[in-house]
Design a protein. Structure first.
Length: 602
């Protein structure tokens, strides 16, 4: 749920606010409540999940067809949509009284492209943004390639032309979509060059269009050519290990690659619209939003390298100091082998090789230094225990400090004693979450579960930090920062699941537990086992979901996970969540799973 990555479980806001919502003023309870889709919704699929509720005891028809309604008034239908506008007529009948409303849903269908007369859809021609190459002499062909494409009449012959360059053939696929690649010559000079495309159709006509984006390239020695330092702007990165998607560096294909730290400095070698292209190592480029960095004059700072040092051997963290001489090299840090290994990858040249530390530590089996490719150095920490309890890497003075939390000291009789657990009730305030067909949105189902689980954990000696204890609005990263600043051992975010548009909801039910880092697998499995044991009627669900890329599972300073308790788009699952007894069992399962995990560490 952030830019570039959005959790599929979020539904649109409810069509009307029911009387039962906390804080709602006195109003008549709607006789027909449509939780989803919203009035006027546009969907690109042939079905939609039509869900909501009528008053208990009422019957319901949609377009004259009887719809199954539960005793509590709940209805959920996998409803077919015809292309274009669908005006769904909903009529409820109760004790001789009728109530009706019309819900407009539009099924958007891509316009079929006619083969004749030949035409090019001008707004589809790419590149759409200006592309600048500042150091193409050092780029590999893939880094100095420009993708050209457009939509037009199917079955034609298409080409692209760059002034002074021969025609570039474009291939068709799928029908009516033409694409190809223009690769700049290394070190070439281009000055705001435009690309034209032509299409010769089946009717023999040839039409042309121009890409709105222009291509520029600087030859070596020209003013502005070569790499430029680009430093992450001060104040943009929160915390030590939140890993905010707001600032993610991506591959050229848009996949997440690296989460920056304050002052991290990149070698910018071009501009792609609103992004800068940065070179992490020879042949390895990434995209960074131009607004998040500051271009500075002069050469890139040199990184020193040298002997690694272990800091504070008796402290609460194993800390490995990496000498960089004040340079802020980009890096990534990931857990491997179930938490047994921690790998830190540095991007950039070092004046001296890194030398493993001479000192030893009870948590550390050894440190391996390798150079998997030019301009890349990898440090691998082999730990003596497979469970890691939190890790971060941040700049500290002239160095980079890689920190690993040591295992907690547990009281065998009360393993939760002294542990700090952050419980996050998903959504809240203006963030409704899943709409809730029985007139209670997700935010009001997760809060009582979190509050009750907190009581149960405190009774066993844990200190519990609640990200919210009332119906308030919180940002995603406020929640992770709350766990980090409270020194939590564990962050558990509690949600209710739902399906997005285009997915048939029938049979999709049960719990799921998401986590990013292997250190969270143990406690995730313990919570899942308790949910399945205490709430078997939910169905087994998909269970553990490792490798998740979610704002509330990426934080690494503590074990972080997200529990999707049940599906709001399954009638049985929803009814369990709506019941006080069901929410009590969810709270008990979460608290018991956490307790089981810590008890197993003795």
């Amino acid at each position: 749920m952030h830019h570039r990555i959005r959790r599929a479980a979020i539904l649109a806001c409810a069509a009307a606010l029911p009387l039962s919502l906390p804080g709602a003023g006195a109003q008549a309870t709607p006789e027909i409540f449509v939780a989803y889709p919203a009035e006027g919704a546009r969907v690109p699929f042939d079905h939609v999940i039509l869900e909501g509720s009528v008053l208990p005891g009422a019957a319901l028809t949609v377009d004259g067809r009887a719809v199954k309604v539960g005793p509590d008034g709940l209805f959920m239908e996998w409803w077919p949509l015809k292309p274009g506008v669908n005006d769904l007529r909903l009529v409820s009948t109760r004790a001789g009284r009728k109530s009706a409303q019309t819900l407009r849903v539009t099924r958007a269908v891509p316009r079929a492209l006619p083969a004749a007369p030949t035409f090019i859809e001008a707004t589809s021609v790419t590149p759409r943004t200006d592309l600048e190459f500042w150091d193409s002499a050092a780029d590999i062909p893939a880094e100095r390639s420009v993708q050209v494409s457009f939509r037009g009449s199917p079955g034609g012959t298409a080409r692209a032309r760059v002034p002074g360059v021969v025609l570039i053939p474009l291939r068709e696929g799928p029908a009516g979509t033409y694409s190809g690649t223009y690769t700049l010559n290394a070190g070439a000079t281009l000055s705001a060059t435009t690309l034209d495309v032509t299409l010769t159709g089946k009717d023999g006509r040839t039409v042309s269009a121009r890409a709105p984006g222009r291509v520029s390239s600087l030859a070596p020695g020209q003013p502005g050519s070569g790499p430029r330092p680009a430093m992450q702007r001060p104040g943009t990165v929160q915390g030590r290990g939140l890993n905010e998607a707001t600032w993610t560096l991506t591959t050229l294909d848009g996949e997440p690659l690296l989460y920056p730290r304050a002052d991290m400095t990149f070698a910018a070698v071009g501009r792609f619209g609103d992004d800068l292209r940065v070179r992490l190592a020879p042949g390895l480029s990434a995209l960074v939003t131009a607004a998040q960095v500051r271009l500075t004059p002069g050469p890139l700072p040199a990184a020193s390298g040298g002997a690694l040092k272990l800091d504070a051997l008796s402290g609460p963290e194993l800390a490995l100091r990496v000498p960089l001489g004040g340079a802020r090299l980009p890096f990534t840090v990931v857990q491997e082998d179930g938490g047994q290994r921690l790998s830190l990858t540095l991007y950039g040249a070092l004046a001296s090789p890194l030398i493993p530390p001479a000192a030893s530590d009870p948590l550390l089996r050894g440190v391996n230094v390798s150079a998997p490719a030019p301009g890349i150095t990898r440090l691998t920490l082999d730990l003596t225990a497979p469970q890691s309890w939190g890790f971060t890497a941040n700049y500290d003075g002239p160095d980079l400090l890689l920190s690993v939390r040591r295992p907690p000291t547990l009281n065998p009789a009360r393993p939760l004693e002294g542990r700090v657990v952050t419980l996050d009730a998903g959504h809240g305030g203006t963030q409704l979450g899943g709409a809730g067909s029985l007139r209670v949105p997700e935010k009001d189902l997760t809060l009582p579960i979190a509050l009750r689980a907190a009581e149960l954990l405190r009774a066993q000696g844990a200190a519990v930090n609640l990200t919210r204890s009332a119906d308030v609005t919180l940002g995603l990263y406020e929640r992770g920062l709350s766990a980090e600043t409270s020194g939590s051992d564990l962050l558990v975010s509690i949600h209710a699941n739902a399906l997005p548009d285009g997915r048939d909801p029938r049979g999709v039910r049960g719990p799921e537990v998401y986590f990013t880092h292997p250190q969270a697998q143990g406690v995730s499995a313990a919570i899942l086992a308790q949910v399945r044991a205490r709430l078997p009627e939910l169905g087994p669900g998909r269970g553990l979901m490792p490798g998740a890329n979610l704002a509330l599972t990426r934080p690494s300073t503590q074990i972080s996970l997200l529990v999707e308790t049940a599906y709001l788009t399954d009638p049985g699952n929803l009814r369990v969540l709506m019941s006080e007894g069901g929410r009590e069992r969810f709270a008990q399962a979460i608290a018991a799973g956490i307790a089981d995990f810590y008890a197993a560490q003795r």
